[in-house]
Each structure stands twice: as structure tokens, then as C-alpha cells.
Write a protein that binds this ligand. Structure first.
Ligand SMILES: Cc1cc2nc3c(=O)[nH]c(=O)nc-3n(C[C@H](O)[C@H](O)[C@H](O)COP(=O)(O)OP(=O)(O)OC[C@H]3O[C@@H](n4cnc5c(N)ncnc54)[C@H](O)[C@@H]3O)c2cc1C
Length: 266
């Protein structure tokens, strides 16, 4: 199916993109297009304008800044997968990126696009929660930083408001983390995925693919190293579909959590 008609603007800088966004409330940002374009073709989304932010140099790259790693929102999954800096300081992220879709998706899809889209089965949101990441959001009036706990509001819903865009992901250094997912064999999206991290003896964990949004697993965080990873999540809080029932997804969360926890404490 074809998309509805739209105008296209290739933004040359962050300020250009934000000015365009402020002047057209109906516009949508185009990053890698791997979620937006299919939605437009299915007419689930019909913005009158697209602002292409994928080629803005200041939004792409991975750097160390103080006690954090900063990832530009337009950094592709492939950049993450092959980043030497991440291989040295945050090994879980290249591992996660390598599990996303296929090479085409990883070449064009972006970290910022995936996090801002907040697909309930996307991989990064659970990892962001486990890593206690912060997200920088900008508009023409300035910028603000929110925690990952404040960022993911619901299915495809985040703290990014009208006229704003996600510009950077900040990951505190020092955590050891692992991510395990049970992937749908066709799409590679998670039927259930669990990220676990430990930093100075404090555990954080989150699941994706099984509910309305990525969600912290408090039981595992409290039990920490002693967790037997059994009945971590009540199946009544999950979503079932033709691929997996709520009970099966709850079971998958236990299994993925046990594997991730074992890797973290190994
Ligand atoms: C076949 C296939 C398999 C996939 N498998 C997986 C998988 O296994 N795991 C996984 O996690 N994902 C998977 N994906 C999704 C993939 O990771 C996409 O790259 C991601 O969902 C969206 O990123 P994008 O850069 O393509 O964003 P786009 O599609 O360009 O944008 C998505 C949405 O986010 C908005 N947006 C984009 N950037 C910003 C920003 N900086 N600030 C605010 N809003 C913004 C857009 O306006 C749009 O609404 C798959 C996709 C496909 C097509």
C-alpha cells in the first residue's frame, strides 16, 4: 500500500529540525524509517510532513562524557554493534544491537528512533531501564533530561511531547549487564526479553515484549543474586496474543531473567 501524501524536509542541523517541528505540529521526525514508513504504508500514520533527521552529524556518534557514555539519537544499530567504545565500557549494548532484526534494519534503524517509538517489543527500552539511562529531550525552547523510569509511559508512548525530540542517551558507567531474548522467529522482535544489570551490588532488571511497555522487574531487583527467577511477574499484568499466552510469556520472563542473571554474576 502507498503512503498518504506528505512533504519532505531534510534537516541540516538540530536547530533546523526543531524549528521545522515547532512550525508544523502535524509533522513527524524520520530517523531510520523502519517503523514509521511501514506504519505510513499501512495508513496507521499519515503525517502531512516528514522531517528527516537521520543525516544530522551532531545527533550521531558515541562518546565518553564524565561518568557516562553518550549516544546520539541518530546513531544506527550497526554503529552500536561495532563500537569499540561500547565494547570497552558497555558490552551489553553491542550484544543487544546484534540481536535486532536483520542487517538491513541494523544499517538504517537508529537507537533514538527505537527508544522514541517505544514499541512494546523493542529491545533497547528494557536495557535502558536496567542500565538506569537518562534521555535528553530538546525543543526550540531548550532541553531537559528525564530518567528512563520517567521516559516510557505506555504502548508507543513516551515523555517526548509535541515539538520535542530525543537527542541523546546517557548511560552511567560502571554497571555489568546482560540481555536475553526469546525472539519471534520471523520478525526477531522479543516475545519476551529481559535485561539485568548490577552496579556496586545494586540490581536493576526489566522485561520487554510481554506487556504494554518495558517494565522493571522489582522482585528480581530485591532478591538480587539470591533470586531463583521464579514467578517474577504476575501473568495478569502481561499481554497475550496468537504467538504466546500471558502464562507462557511470564514463564519466558523467568527463563530469560535466569539466563541474564547468571551471565551478570558469572
Ligand atoms: C523487519 C524488522 C525487524 C525488526 N526487529 C527488531 C527487533 O528485533 N528489535 C527491536 O528492538 N526493533 C526491531 N525493529 C525496529 C527497528 O529497531 C527500528 O529501527 C526502530 O523501531 C525505529 O527506529 P528508526 O530509526 O527506524 O525510526 P523511525 O521508523 O524513523 O521512527 C519511529 C518513530 O519514532 C519517531 N522518532 C524517530 N526519531 C525520533 C527522535 N529522535 N525523537 C523523537 N521521535 C523520534 C518517529 O517520528 C516515528 O514516530 C525491526 C524493524 C523491522 C522493519
Amino acid at each position: 500500500m502507498y503512503t498518504a501524501e506528505f512533504t519532505y524536509h531534510q534537516a541540516s542541523s538540530l536547530s533546523d529540525a526543531l524549528a521545522q517541528l515547532a512550525s508544523n505540529p502535524d509533522a513527524k521526525l524520520l530517523a531510520g524509517g523502519h517503523s514509521l514508513i511501514p506504519a505510513m504504508k499501512l495508513r496507521l500514520s499519515a503525517p502531512s510532513a516528514l522531517i528527516d533527521v537521520s543525516k544530522i552529524p551532531e545527533l550521531r556518534g558515541i562518546r565518553l562524557e564524565g561518568e557516562s557514555i553518550v549516544i546520539g539519537a541518530m546513531t544506527t544499530h550497526r554503529d552500536v554493534e561495532f563500537s569499540d567504545l561500547l565494547a570497552q565500557h558497555c558490552t551489553v549494548l553491542p550484544q543487544v544491537a546484534a540481536l535486532i532484526g536483520d542487517p538491513m534494519v541494523r544499517n538504517r534503524g537508529t537507537v533514538g528512533g527505537a527508544i522514541a517509538h517505544a514499541d512494546p517489543a523493542a529491545d533497547y527500552p528494557a536495557v535502558m531501564l536496567a542500565l538506569n539511562a537518562s534521555l535528553k529531550i530538546a525543543s526550540t525552547t531548550g532541553s531537559r533530561v528525564v530518567t528512563s523510569d520517567e521516559f516510557f509511559l505506555g504502548m508507543y508512548s513516551t515523555a517526548v511531547a509535541e515539538g520535542e525530540m530525543l537527542t541523546e542517551i546517557h548511560i552511567p558507567l560502571g554497571a555489568r549487564a546482560a540481555y536475553e531474548k526469546f525472539a519471534h522467529p520471523a520478525s526477531r522482535y522479543a516475545l519476551a526479553g529481559v535485561a539485568v544489570s548490577v552496579n556496586n551490588g545494586t540490581f536493576r532488571a526489566a522485561y520487554t515484549g510481554a506487556g504494554e511497555k518495558a517494565t522493571r522487574i522489582t522482585k528480581l531487583e530485591i532478591e538480587g543474586v539470591t533470586s531463583t527467577c521464579q514467578r517474577l511477574v504476575n501473568s495478569s499484568s502481561l499481554i497475550g496474543d496468537a504467538f504466546a499466552s500471558t502464562e507462557y510469556r511470564a514463564h519466558l520472563i523467568d527463563v530469560m531473567a535466569a539466563r541474564a542473571l547468571a551471565r551478570v554474576i558469572a
